[in-house]
Design a binder for this molecule. Structure first.
Ligand SMILES: C[S@@+](CC[C@H](N)C(=O)[O-])C[C@H]1O[C@@H](n2cnc3c(N)ncnc32)[C@H](O)[C@@H]1O
Ligand SMILES: [Zn+2]
Length: 361
């Protein structure tokens, strides 16, 4: 098997999903953009392809330790590391147990489904550190972005919202849970890059040890409210009633992370690295990084232009560029979003957005 010029072996009984190449490339760009010498731990390593790519593609990775509960995975990861001339540590066992005896500057957690039960353990890897990086993947998109409240309450202590911007609220619920866990370890978080792609949600964030930082992160937690009747949405510390049609049928998602999903400077560094690397997904990575840069400073939700048109019974759906230009012409910032190709982010008042969609204003 080959992925981005790394040759490695796979076996029938060890997990490998070639479709996650994009996620691995995005994450490897993030590892490079962090800089500084990193001691990386690829927990849930399976074939070891993530850790191997991080170390081979980034000079700042000084050492990698592979962890997997499955002996076949550990044997394979060791073999793959050796074949790639990588000196790596390897520990067979449950990540929850090994967290007490392994330190990491950069921890990768890529379990099957939800990372939730492993978050407390993740912060134990950072016990000796003042500053560290957590890269977490969630493939339980049906829970984070689904219509069923109970599973999300159970795993994330938050209500999801099954609507047109569910992928953003799902991602923000995941980050909220990480912020809460970090705070218990006296750490604050700063998301560096966070995204939704196909069947997974991903965030890579910096954690810094300080009671003030921990408290500051918790202050970024709140709710996103949404009126099913008229399409209005808003965010605040507490759920709100509709500020447009005053309907009492407002729904909400949360508690969730209302802070930034990304650090704009960090994304710039990732984009620079991407331009230098010859990844197979170079163009797609570049597009996504640029869309994410546009998302910084914007509200914690987006508007699906098609859904809004349907809700507002518009005769036709305007072109995305026309809506963006109209809003910009009205003096409001408006951007595309990586979450959906037919959606926009804007802080424009809802009535102004509706006018722009109807070509008025
Ligand atoms: C989704 S796969 C990881 C894929 C890999 N990171 C990649 O990019 O190809 C999940 C892996 O976690 C391992 N695993 C599951 N539960 C674990 C636990 N509690 N501790 C350590 N490893 C675990 C499984 O054996 C499996 O190999
Ligand atoms: Zn309303």
């Amino acid at each position: 098997m080959e992925e981005e010029k790394i040759t490695f072996a796979t076996t029938k009984n060890v997990f490998y999903n070639p479709e996650m190449r994009f996620c691995r490339s995005m994450s490897s760009l993030a590892v490079g953009a962090i800089g500084g010498p990193l001691e990386a731990v690829d927990a849930f390593c399976a074939s070891g392809i993530r850790g191997i790519r991080y170390a081979k593609e980034n000079r700042n990775v000084k050492h990698v330790t592979f962890i997997d509960i499955d002996q076949a995975a550990i044997t394979l990861a060791k073999k793959n590391a050796k074949a790639n001339r990588l000196k790596a540590g390897a520990k067979k066992g449950n990540v929850s147990r090994l967290a007490f005896e392994t330190a990491a500057d950069f921890l990768e957690i890529d379990p099957f489904g939800t990372p939730s039960p492993y978050l407390v353990d993740s912060f134990r890897f950072f016990n000796p550190k003042k500053s560290a990086y957590l890269s977490a993947t969630a493939t339980d998109v049906a829970v984070l972005c689904g219509g069923k409240v109970a599973p999300c309450m159970k795993n994330y202590h938050a209500r999801p919202l099954n609507n047109e911007f569910t992928h953003e609220t799902g991602l923000r619920i995941l980050i909220k849970k990480i912020a809460e866990t970090a705070a218990e370890f006296n750490m604050g978080i700063t998301p560096l890059v966070s995204f939704s792609d196909r069947h997974y949600l991903k965030t890579i964030l910096h954690a810094s040890r300080s009671a003030d930082d921990a408290y500051h992160s918790l202050k970024r937690i709140g709710y996103v409210s949404w009126c099913r009747k008229c399409g209005w949405r808003g965010s605040a510390e507490f759920p709100q009633s509709c500020q447009n049609c005053r309907s009492t049928g407002v729904e909400f998602a949360g508690p969730l992370w209302l802070g930034e999903l990304h650090d704009a400077q960090f994304l710039k560094k990732m984009a620079q690295l991407n331009r230098k690397r010859g990844y197979s997904d170079k163009a797609q990575l570049g597009r996504m990084l640029s869309l994410m840069q546009g998302e910084t400073g914007m509200p914690p939700y987006y508007y699906n232009v098609h859904d809004l048109c349907k809700m507002q019974k518009c005769v036709s759906v305007p072109k995305m560029d026309a809506v963006l230009e109209k809003l910009q012409g009205m003096g409001y910032d408006a951007r595309r979003t990586h979450f959906s190709p037919v959606s926009i982010k804007t802080a424009a008042p809802y009535k102004a957005l509706l006018a722009a969609i109807r070509g008025k204003g």
